[in-house]
Structure formats: structure tokens, C-alpha cells
Design a protein around this ligand. Sequence first.
Ligand SMILES: C[S@@+](CC[C@H](N)C(=O)[O-])C[C@H]1O[C@@H](n2cnc3c(N)ncnc32)[C@H](O)[C@@H]1O
Length: 254
Amino acid sequence: MDLPRSFSIREGGSRILNPFDEHKLATLGRALRLPAGSRILDLACGKGEMLCTWARDLGYTGLGVDVSSSFIADADTRARELGVESRVGFRHDDAAGFVHDPEADVASCMGASWIGGGPTWRDSVTGTLALLQRSVRPGGLLLLGEPFWKLRPQSEEALAACHAQTLDDFAELPSLLDHFADLDYDLVEVVMADEHSWDRYAASQWLAIRRWLDANPDDELHGELRTELDASPRQHLLHQRSHLGWGVFVLMRR
Ligand SMILES: C[S@@+](CC[C@H](N)C(=O)[O-])C[C@H]1O[C@@H](n2cnc3c(N)ncnc32)[C@H](O)[C@@H]1O
């Protein structure tokens, strides 16, 4: 069980694997207004930047779970680098079905709601919130990092550039908010990515891919990643930037 190698190449230059920059991640941590020692379970934690920096800056503690062994190794390294290895831990595992014990103050899933099921965004959000709810104490906070259509694509080219097969792959914001309410959640905080923070996520991948291509001309992944670098900047700058939004929605069960 692991992610394909192309992920660690593409995200080799990034610590945050979502459209937040470090300022937005810090804003979100502060916005939770939790006491030091509060415990967070982060499903699909990537390289663990959220847990590590929140442990350093806010004294939060936690466990991150991710299916990528390379990202988990990076998360362990980062925890040692920031001197927070006694407050946070990381586990290489499939987060689907993971239940934390003892119950956490916060359960989060940022940018991986497919772990809750599919095929539509409604199924994924419903399943992921159920997964998170099982892992959090009564009155705890759920953090869901989720994309949505800022603007509905009007062409097949724009849809494909946003890596969507159909319009139903992502919610529109009103439908997403209605869905939270239908599932009996209060939205109690939110931090939104913007075009500039999204640029950090997207564009850092182009440089990582280009440097890897130069250093690995004979690798079997060379052709695939060359094709990706040819397409990605246009896809992001001409389509994703204008059509897609992303935010972390902080929810509490009513
Ligand atoms: C877009 S990244 C977000 C990572 C992290 N939450 C962040 O915001 O930096 C998606 C992550 O989901 C992880 N992932 C995908 N499927 C998973 C699963 N079934 N269980 C655990 N992690 C998974 C990937 O390895 C990747 O780290």
C-alpha cells in the first residue's frame, strides 16, 4: 500500500500539499482557539506540516495518518527538525476506516475526501464527515479541506484542465453549505485559499518536476512527467485559477 512514485517527485518541493500557504495554515490553527495540549487526528496528513507547525506554535498534539511512506518519512523528519517529535506522531496506513482512540479534540481531512467514498462530491463529503465524526470527542471540531466550483466550466477543455470528469466531481459553494446543514453540522469557522496561495501549491510542482526531469533523463517516468509539465502551467493559470476554489470548513455537529 503506497502512492505512485510520481507523487513524491511532483510534491518534492512542497511541505503543504494543498492550496494553503504557511500563513493560511497558521491562521487556521489560531482560528480554532484551542488550549495547548489539544489533540488532533489528521487523516491523509501528507508531510505533516499542519501538525508539526501547530505543535511548535500552538502546543497542539496529534497523530497523522497517510498512505504514502515517503510523505510519512518526511513528516517524521520535519517533526524532529522543529523539535516537536514528542507532541506529534505519524503512521503509514490507509486512513479510510481509521478510528482514533482516545477520542480527539479535532479530526481533519484536508484535500483527500475521497477516503470517505465516492463517486460524487456528496458521497465523499458525507463519508468523510462520518469517518471524522467517529474519531472525535463529543463537541469536537471537524476540519474538512474541500474544493468547489467558483465558476462552472463552460468547455470540455476547462473541465479537463480542472481534473474533473463531470461537473458533479466538485460542489458549488451553496450546495456544499446546504449539504453541511443537511448532515446536521454547524459551520463554525472557515479559512479560504486564494489564487496566490493556490499558485504556491501548483507552481512549486512545476519546478520540482523540471529539476527532476533534468536529473533523471533515463527514468521510466520521464515521458509521463514531461507531458505533465507541458500541460500543467496552462491548466492552472488559464482554468484552475479562475474556476476552482478551496477552503477548510470547520464543522461541529448540532
Ligand atoms: C492533497 S494531499 C493532502 C495532504 C495533507 N492533508 C496536506 O494538506 O498537506 C492528499 C493526501 O492524501 C493521501 N492519501 C490518499 N489516499 C489515502 C488513504 N486512503 N489513506 C491515507 N492517506 C491517503 C496522500 O498520500 C496525500 O498525502
